[in-house]
Design a protein around this ligand. Structure first.
Ligand code: ADP
Ligand code: PAZ
Ligand code: K
Length: 279
């Protein structure tokens, strides 16, 4: 079995993948904390031949996690942001400072779709662009839905946006504190994603396919009008592409990869941008 770990600022996600069949056998998530307890937080390591890790938690958490895993698992691979990988050139002045989850998402997106806009809706909402040809243009970091809500300190943190709720309702003015906050942060998030997308497509003269991932991807997806695909395993896809272990991975296939969404016409994106500025 392969154990894939995606350690975010809020949640540490894991999945077990069968080395022979490439099937995902199980998954889970725990709150990100200082240390892992195999058997309780993550599966028993006896069945694990290799671990692949994406971590944006504190350096010591990663170091301790890797030290623990190395005593029990033959192979441990740790993703890191580099200047270039798999045909993508990192757009950061200091490439190693780009969050590795963003980098892996960008690599997976490029592998799947060529140029792309990769949106990761977690603790932060990050929007990264890879242009056709593989230049990562850089990206944007916006507070995620939960962070935005908590920063207001209005006692609404425990009332989440209903992921099944009508998105039209989420766009109306709230008549209670909870609704005013939930609708406000929702509009802020989807407006930011759409505006950023239009700006960058306009700047570079190219309409890019959009891919969404992260814990809030589904709820954000409902409000984003730009055609897009949701790919919950996008960060894992980057790990698969960087450290291919199964036959399918060596053939370039990434688990759970969606069909590439159609991009809107560039003229339409530009018309939308011009219209929003006229208002
Ligand atoms: N069951 C859940 N537990 C915690 N957060 C959840 C859950 N489902 C959705 N979320 C949302 O997902 C976010 C975490 O998403 P995730 O992509 O895992 O973040 P990160 O990678 O930053 O840890 C939370 O901030 C919250 O808004
Ligand atoms: C921007 C992030 C906090 C997003 O992390 P997440 O929301 O997935 O937990 C993470 O990618 C990070 O720590 N990045 C380093 C700074 C940067 O990317 O510029
Ligand atoms: K994120």
């Amino acid at each position: 079995m392969i154990l894939d770990l995606d350690i975010g600022n809020t949640l540490s996600k894991w999945r077990l993948k069968d080395t022979e069949s490439s099937e995902i056998r199980s998954r889970g998530a725990v709150w990100t904390r200082e240390e892992w307890r195999p058997g309780a937080d993550i599966p028993d390591l006896d069945v694990v031949e290799a671990v692949r890790i994406s971590s944006v938690a504190r350096r010591e958490v990663l170091n301790d996690t890797v030290a623990l895993l190395r005593t029990r698992v033959p192979r441990v691979y740790v993703g890191c942001s580099t200047r270039e990988a798999l045909g993508v050139t990192n757009g950061y002045d200091e490439p190693w400072r780009l969050g590795v989850d963003r980098w892996l998402g960008a690599l997976a997106g490029y592998q799947l779709a060529g140029g792309c806009c990769a949106v990761d809706c977690g603790s932060a909402i990050t929007v990264d662009f890879v242009l056709p040809g593989g230049a990562h243009a850089g990206g944007y970091i916006v507070p995620g839905l939960r962070l935005m809500k908590e920063s207001l300190r209005l006692g609404t943190r425990n009332v989440a946006i209903d992921p099944e709720g009508e998105e039209d309702t989420l766009l109306t003015p709230g008549r209670t504190t909870v609704d005013a906050v939930n609708h406000g942060i929702y509009v802020a998030a989807i407006s930011a994603v759409q505006r950023i997308y239009s700006e960058v497509c306009d700047q570079h003269g190219v309409a890019l396919p959009m891919l969404l991932t992260g814990g809030d991807a589904r709820v954000v997806s409902r409000g984003v009008a730009v055609p897009h695909a949701v790919w919950p395993d996008m960060v894992y896809g980057g790990l698969e592409a960087c450290f291919p272990l199964t036959l399918a991975e060596r053939a370039g296939r990434m688990s759970g990869a969606p069909d590439v969404p159609a991009s809107p016409a560039l003229e339409k994106i530009r018309a939308g941008l011009a219209f929003s500025m006229l208002l």
